[in-house]
Design a protein around this ligand. Structure first.
Ligand SMILES: C[S@@+](CC[C@H](N)C(=O)[O-])C[C@H]1O[C@@H](n2cnc3c(N)ncnc32)[C@H](O)[C@@H]1O
Length: 425
């Protein structure tokens, strides 16, 4: 299939540049990667590219295929757009359907001058719903009109109307509303891509798998370097790192929406999966996951087992305040700590020094991990001050709706701790 289709790959905010780089590294001669926008990357590509992206992207949340776009000011115009699009090319009316809606946020001060402004009554996916103002159709109602348009498209051809199944639909359609336009996409992923299939249970405040993968990439860790997560929770960072280190495609353990659509070449798909399976290798460097809570260590092990990487990770139950480098680095080798410490509004620090958690964690890093690089995801945007460490970079990333910073530190031998910096007990 060599036709090029307009695609859009949503991703967690802050990871757009990483997604662009990942798409370019796929090495497809047909994939044209566009300029990133907030929360995603547009592209043009073939249906083979769609399969490759679904199978190999660590960072995308979905691969959406755009079927149509039109300026709209009311829900009936969305209906008319949906009515005329060629749905019959992609699926049969006997297949079940689900329509989701997302809308762009419109700054409050701009809202009154916009032609169409979508009230905040429903959301799913790429962005928050826009603010209300002047236009009375709700997002839910607009999504319903889109669904009616799809169904009436089949009826106008003398066929039956597809039925809706919100739980396990065969086909997912996504309506996206900008300030002025409606876009209708076929969701070729089905379940969101961060659902890799290996995390059936999770701990407190788990990271989404695609956010964890993006943090690993932003941290500067590469799959041939040592990785240590001393606050591993359900092990999302360690398992994602182990899959990258073992060259396991993130989509190998799951199915995709496009497998139920027409037009995708099953032979090509089998070939892509076989090539991905054959690319598996032994991990080149140690990956260590630790947590103070033995249940979390057990959970990390179970997740790693389901992901096929149990043998690539060393598991430890330990208080981070007692942490020492878990491996002796060879001369010239860099070890990476990438972690997501507990932060106040989501989850509490534990252990005997939980009171002064960040200052003490900062001491542990600078006193015992000289020669290592550390990357810490924190919702406190000033957390570097509490850690008393000077960051090399502060990356803005969003953990769902929570604005965070990924602080990266290069831990070098240097000045002794300041007076205020208490030595570890
Ligand atoms: C925000 S969660 C990590 C979530 C993880 N990134 C995931 O995706 O599942 C923080 C973890 O730190 C652990 N923790 C809290 N205090 C600790 C300590 N002193 N030493 C080690 N682990 C600790 C908690 O048990 C929790 O699992």
């Amino acid at each position: 299939m060599s036709d090029l289709h307009a695609l859009f790959l949503p991703c967690p905010r802050g990871l757009e540049a990483m997604l662009v780089a990942e798409m370019q590294q796929l090495g497809s001669a047909t994939l044209q990667v566009g300029d990133a926008v907030a929360s995603g990357v547009p592209a043009r590509g073939t249906l083979d590219d769609v399969m490759r992206l679904n199978l190999h992207s660590h960072i995308a949340s979905r691969v959406l295929l755009c079927l149509g776009r039109a300026p709209v000011t009311q829900a009936d115009e969305v209906y008319r757009l949906a009515l005329k699009l060629p749905w019959g090319r992609w699926f049969k009316p006997t297949q079940t359907l689900r329509v989701d809606v997302t809308a762009e946020r419109i700054p409050a001060e701009r809202a009154p001058s916009q032609k169409a402004v979508w009230p905040a009554t429903a959301r799913s996916g790429r962005d928050s719903p826009a603010r209300s103002g002047g236009f009375l159709d709700s997002l839910h109602f607009t999504a319903l009109r889109a669904k009616d348009g799809v169904c009436d498209h089949f009826r106008a051809r003398g066929e039956e109307r597809p039925s809706v199944d919100r739980e396990q639909p065969d086909v997912r359609v996504q309506l996206h509303l900008t300030a002025s336009d409606a876009l209708l996409y076929l969701d070729t992923s089905g379940e969101a891509l961060f659902k890799r299939g290996w995390r059936t249970e999770h701990g407190e405040a788990p990271l989404k798998e695609n956010l964890a993968a993006g943090l690993l990439m932003l941290s500067g860790w590469t799959p041939d370097a040592v990785l240590f997560d001393p606050l591993c929770g359900a092990g999302t960072l360690a398992v994602e790192a182990a899959q990258m280190a073992c060259n396991i495609a993130p989509g190998l353990g799951r199915s995709f929406g496009f497998e139920r659509l027409q037009g995708f070449d099953r032979g090509v798909w089998i070939g892509l999966r076989q090539a991905a399976s054959a690319a598996r290798r032994a991990p080149p460097a140690a990956i260590i996951a630790a947590d103070i809570d033995p249940r979390m260590v057990q959970l990390t092990r179970a997740n790693a087992q389901r992901a096929g990487v149990e043998g690539a990770i060393r598991f430890q139950q330990a208080d981070v305040m007692d942490a020492v480098p878990p491996v002796q680095l060879a001369p010239g080798q860099v070890g990476h700590i990438v972690t997501n410490p507990p932060y106040a509004e989501r989850i509490e620090a534990k252990g005997r020094e939980a009171e002064d958690f960040l200052p003490r964690l900062g001491d542990v890093l600078k006193q015992r991990f000289v020669g290592w690089h550390a990357a810490l995801l924190l919702a406190d945007l000033q957390a570097d001050k509490a850690l008393r460490l000077k960051p090399a970079r502060r990356h803005v990333v969003y953990n769902g709706p929570i604005e965070c910073r990924l602080f990266t530190f290069i831990l070098v031998a240097g000045r002794p701790p300041r007076k205020a910096e208490a030595a570890p007990a």
